[in-house]
Design a protein around this ligand. Structure first.
Ligand code: PNS
Length: 168
């Protein structure tokens, strides 16, 4: 029985992440998505919201578990009894940072293996930061995320519209 963790920021989750989760589940018996809570980082959505959006984006009946974590990804793996850390790779430019992380994780926990899954062609240019930028500038993002995430983004935008100040 091989358990895998898939750590990430998921701010918010998009279809590229979901593709990786689905394929990870095809390979591993148990998959836990770990949503990172890093106080030094500014997120659009809180850790609770990001966890909730991942849960709501998974297909009905999915047995993939979603939880938040802080600290090291290898700590998450140890916590979950997982021997695999899954990461998605979109383009060669991802590899530099991912390789560094994988080697550091290997140094920290030699028995935990990093497995890279490639993303579908349709998601090669998809990232949470690009999709937030496109959304902020009024672009269509509905094909890139689930309806729950699209609704959360819209709600966040309406909530952040400050009332217009009137003078005189
Ligand atoms: O979705 P992201 O932002 O690309 O995910 C990055 C993440 C969460 C996988 C990475 O920042 C991480 O593992 N953070 C936990 C801290 C840690 O383990 N650092 C050492 C790895 S080099």
């Amino acid at each position: 029985m091989t358990a895998a963790v898939y750590p990430g920021s998921f701010d918010p989750i998009h279809r590229g992440h979901l593709d990786v989760i689905e394929r990870a589940r095809e390979i591993f018996d148990r998959v836990v998505v770990g949503v990172l809570e890093n106080p030094a980082k500014a997120y659009l959505f809180s850790a609770e919201e990001r966890v909730e959006l991942v849960r709501r984006s998974l297909p009905p009946g999915s047995d993939v578990r979603v939880r938040r974590f802080s600290g090291l990804a290898v700590g998450l793996a140890a916590d979950e009894g997982a021997t695999v850390i899954v990461r998605g790779l979109r383009q060669i430019s991802d590899l530099d940072q991912e390789f560094q992380m994988a080697l550091m994780n290997r140094r920290l926990a030699p028995r935990v293996h990093t497995v890279f899954l490639t993303t579908a062609f349709a998601n090669v240019y998809l990232s949470s930061s690009l999709l937030k930028e496109v959304f902020a500038l009024g672009g269509a993002i509905d094909e890139m995320v689930t309806p729950s995430v699209a609704a959360a983004l819209r709600a966040r935008r309406s909530a952040s519209v400050a009332p217009v100040a009137t003078t005189g």
